[in-house]
Design a binder for this molecule. Structure first.
Ligand code: SF4
Length: 419
């Protein structure tokens, strides 16, 4: 039986795409292998949002050149946001690669129709479903609109059919993916929005939970917030990237909102959705970010107290407006210092927030096993580990929390409460 290997780096979007590719290979009689060396077909699904990610792909491709030379029958393919209109250039740079294809743009040997054909037969209980590709926003630091193109929403009926089929195959929780899910549907003929999509999916029997990523503060509407609050399957968890606590930096990033607008949005979300867990994204060391502007970010995070903060150092990406027009003038040492400060601050906030769960009972969805324990997640997205011999995969069970940390929780199964 021929063997395949898919190497993925990057966001959930890439991971979702790799799951679909793996399924297509298996439908064609391929079997997964643990290492590239054993494979007959290797796909690199790469990300270029950060320079470090692009460097990792280039290194991997250089290593694979040796393998390809030794085994010319090996098929080598590259996809992900590394691949766009630059395919001719990539072919010149990496002539030993057999296929380059854009995300979702399957080559002839993988041709499929849109819909359920690319779904795995045995998906995990929690599954990612892309609802749109691309982004129209052109934040000045971001390469996504150049590499993934403009926003293209998948029709609501197609997504709904796909989720129904996933549920039929055992999926209990679906996370809807898009670079900016709050603008879902504006490019479709009857202009459905994310609230319409969530309402449709919430009605699917046996689906237990719904989540979605990523939101944009300028596009999140009151209608959406009220829909989240109303629908029982939509989990109380949101990622709402603020990126900076300085209005000047937000403007230089062309984010399209102010700190005041963001603060109001958080107030509205927290008042309408009880128990909401919020996470955000921060970039430190954006061009010309002063010590005072960084302090504004620190202060905003102290004030809003997120459950999780994903922080990254600014890294200029060729083609973007910031790389072309702004000097990358905060030193690498200073960027790292700011990143460490935010991470330490968040560790202490998350310690306090998670500590409040000690002794409480939480409902979790069991996702799999990890180092001998069951790994599960609360509706608010927190990781919970517990011991148990019975088969709990895909079940909703209640766990009494006995230990907390900033990153995860541990507890014991409450008997007689599973389904
Ligand atoms: S909203 Fe901004 S940061 Fe997010 S993908 Fe679009 S351009 Fe990039």
């Amino acid at each position: 039986m021929p063997q395949y290997y898919v190497w993925t780096i990057g966001c959930q979007m890439n991971k979702a795409e790799s799951e679909r590719l793996a399924s297509l290979f298996e439908q064609r009689g391929y079997q997964a292998t643990a290492t590239a060396e054993q494979a007959d077909l290797i796909v690199l699904n790469g990300c270029v949002v950060r320079q470090s990610a692009e460097n990792r792909i280039t290194n991997k491709l250089n290593n694979l050149k040796v393998l390809k030379k030794a085994r010319p029958g090996l098929t080598l393919a590259v996809t992900g946001c590394l691949v766009d209109s630059n395919i001719e250039q990539l072919k010149q740079d990496f002539p030993y690669v057999d296929h380059f294809f854009k995300p979702g743009d399957y080559p002839y040997w993988l041709e499929t129709t849109e819909g359920t054909q690319a779904l795995p037969q045995h998906p995990p209980p929690s599954f990612y479903v892309p609802i749109m590709q691309g982004c129209d926003n052109f934040c000045t630091y971001c390469i996504v609109p150049y590499r993934r193109g403009r926003e293209r929403s998948r029709p609501l009926a197609v997504i709904s059919d796909e989720v129904r089929e996933l549920v039929r195959r055992g999926v209990r929780e679906v996370t809807l993916l898009g670079q900016n899910v709050d603008s879902y549907g504006h490019d479709l003929p009857d202009k459905p929005d994310l609230a319409d999509l969530l309402t449709e999916l919430n009605a699917i029997d046996d689906l237990a939970r719904l989540r979605f990523l990523t939101n944009h503060p300028k596009d999140m509407s009151t209608r959406l917030i009220e829909t989240i609050a109303r629908l029982d399957k939509v989990c109380e968890q949101l990622n709402l990237p603020v990126q900076s606590g300085s209005n000047d930096i937000l403007q230089a990033m062309r984010r399209g909102y102010t700190v005041e607008h963001y603060r109001q949005l958080i107030t509205e979300l927290r008042s309408k959705i009880p128990g909401l867990a919020l996470s955000t994204d921060i970039i430190v060391g954006f061009p010309s970010e002063s010590a005072e502007q960084f302090q504004q970010t620190f202060n905003l995070l102290s004030e809003l107290r997120f459950d999780a903060v994903h922080v990254a150092c600014y890294s200029p990406r060729a083609e973007t407006i910031a790389a072309r027009e702004l000097e990358d003038n905060v030193s690498a040492t200073e960027k790292k210092r700011r990143l460490d400060i935010i991470e330490q601050q968040q560790e202490s906030i998350a310690t306090e927030i998670n500590g409040q769960l000690l002794g409480t009972a939480v409902e979790v969805l069991v996702e799999g096993k990890n180092k001998g324990k069951w790994q599960s997640r609360t509706r608010s997205g927190k990781l919970v580990f517990f011991s148990g011999n019975s088969h709990h995969l895909g079940q909703l069970v209640n766990i009494r929390i006995e230990k907390t940390s900033p990153w995860s929780l541990q507890g014991r199964l409450e008997t007689g409460k599973s389904n």
